[in-house]
Ligand binder design. Structure first.
Ligand SMILES: [Zn+2]
Length: 529
């Protein structure tokens, strides 16, 4: 029999086996038990968090002849057909390859008549954000007046690309990234069932590499198991398989880029693809490599910040000496953007090659004049104003006007930033800051260290995190950091918080910018930095 990947083999068959999405499972089970189903569901979340697995379970459960506490029995004719992929009731489609209006019209034709057997037609549309505008329009008409026997489950990793008209017709479920402990627990269950011997530390390293995605973690586990066929897997073994091989490839990719060797870089990429690599992973792993490189440049305690063997850290340190932090950051920017853009196009290879050409030939890039222009206008203003005074009647930073005739601020006195009353969501952040901080320390030590150096302020209902130096600011602006912060907010406050990172202009102070310290009244225990 062909080898079945662990992810497929251990796809949850009942709701009890789903790990890490308890709230969603509870709601869906209730709906099934009480027969209060919606006609359109939207499952949102990063890859590998269980969207498709839960959609399939749900589709089977509502057509099952003998459901057990909301879960499918997996034994009746309807369940078996769905499990074999021969069901007429459960239809899966991938919008990435079926994104045209014709594909949606075909669905509309199919649902003109009620199902011959089973209760519902369930359409599971994966990557629904890939639909063309016309396809969305056609879908919308069906969502407005759906036949009673049709249920749509739309899954997406890109909620921003879903038209609001479609959003408003769906019940939305946000899938969380799965935490390390849950992932380790699930993997331990699987390795025990498979008779695979592996150390705890190795599992938790694999879970960390999986970044909240069960699918990614299991496929990494697969890699280790295949490599150490039958042998007990230690932490060092896992590092060996998941770390060092890649590091070498990425180090030589970086070498080609730094030498402006486009051909060498593209050849290397093609070799990696021929050896079975996947473009999307290649790019995101390369970003991680660059991130580690940057960390080596800015952190003293690198051994505890990245999961790497000391040999690899030594190699990384050597590579870090030959490249400036600014250049590393430029590469990170280009490749993170690339990583995001790759979700939108089937022409992934072309995009990657374009990015390589772009970083190999910096002259082709649009010069970034924005910060340059800003500095000139600051200088101009200083020259024009001559001596720094506060004109009478000019508002203070907090918005309180200075009464005419009041003396100008003494030169060495900082204008006082008054604290306005905070709106509910920002006050919640302040009230829970200690917990938020602890969570962040656990999930993203790097970001925690940067935010500790920043000032946390607010503008109306926008949380503003202000930095006075560029490196911590750039770290905090990365997608990885933003994801960590979003996750911590959702976990501690149960809701999203709008936030923005800001960087002070050269020589500007927090007070100059009007950034009140909203955490000023919180006492933190003294800790060494
Ligand atoms: Zn059944």
């Amino acid at each position: 029999m062909a080898y079945q990947t662990l992810y497929r083999k251990y796809r949850p068959q009942t709701f009890d086996e789903v790990k890490g999405q308890d709230a969603i499972v509870r709601v869906l089970k209730n709906q099934i038990n009480n027969n209060r189903l919606s006609h359109a569901y939207l499952f949102v979340g990063t890859r590998g968090t269980g969207k498709t697995s839960i959609a399939k379970l749900f589709a089977r459960a509502i057509n099952c002849e003998n459901p057990k506490d909301g879960s499918p029995c997996n034994e009746c004719a309807s369940c078996k057909a769905a499990l074999n992929g021969t069901s007429m009731n459960v239809i899966e489609m991938d919008a990435a390859s079926n994104n045209g209006v014709d594909h949606v019209r075909r669905i509309i034709d199919e649902i003109a008549y009620s199902p011959v057997s089973g209760k519902y037609f369930v359409y599971i549309v994966d990557e629904v954000h890939m639909f063309s505008p016309n396809a969305f329009n056609a879908l919308l008409k069906t969502l407005e007046e759906p036949p009673s026997y049709v249920i749509f489950i739309l899954a997406t990793t890109e909620i921003e690309s879903i038209p609001i008209t479609v959003l408003s017709r769906c019940q939305r479920y946000d899938f969380r990234r799965i935490d390390i402990a849950t992932m380790v627990g699930r993997m331990r269950h699987i390795t025990d069932s498979e008779g695979i011997e592996i150390d705890d530390r190795a599992l938790s390293y694999i879970a960390t590499c999986g970044e909240g995605s069960m699918r990614d973690s299991l496929s990494l586990l697969d890699r280790c198991v295949t490599f150490y066929d039958g042998k007990r897997i230690s932490y060092d073994d896992a590092l060996e398989v998941l770390g060092s091989v890649d590091t070498a490839v990425y180090a030589s990719m970086l070498g080609h880029i730094m030498n402006s060797d486009v051909t060498g870089a593209i050849n290397l990429l093609q070799e990696a693809m021929m050896r079975g690599g996947e473009l999307t992973y290649f790019v995101s792993d390369f970003v991680m490599y660059l991130r580690n490189l940057m960390l080596v440049q800015v952190t003293d305690d690198i051994e505890n910040t990245v999961n790497m063997s000391s040999d690899n850290i030594a190699i990384l340190k050597e590579a870090a000496q030959n490249i400036s932090p600014e250049t590393v950051m430029r590469y990170i920017r280009v490749f993170s953007e690339l990583s995001r853009d790759m979700n939108y196009t089937p022409q992934k290879q072309v995009l990657v090659e374009m990015a390589i050409v772009r970083v190999c030939t910096p002259d082709m890039e649009e010069p970034d004049l924005s910060s340059f222009g800003e500095r000139i206008s600051n200088l101009e203003e200083k020259v024009k104003n001559g001596i720094k005074t506060v004109p009478a009647g000019a508002p203070l930073v907090s918005g309180a006007p200075v009464s005419p005739g009041s003396p100008a601020t003494a030169p060495d006195e900082k204008p006082q930033v008054l604290m306005p009353a905070l709106p509910g969501e920002i006050q919640a952040v302040v009230d829970n800051w200690k917990v938020i901080r602890e969570q962040l320390k656990e999930t993203d030590m790097l970001l925690f260290n940067q935010i500790r150096k920043a000032r946390v302020s607010a503008e109306n209902d926008l949380l503003v995190i202000v930095f006075n130096s560029e490196i911590p600011y750039n770290i905090a602006c990365s997608d990885i950091s933003k994801d960590s912060l979003n996750e911590v907010f959702e976990k501690t406050l149960g809701s999203k918080v709008r936030f923005e990172m800001r960087l002070l202009k050269p020589e500007q102070t927090y007070s100059d910018g009007g950034y009140a310290d909203i955490l000023a009244n919180i006492n933190f225990e003294v800790e060494e930095i």
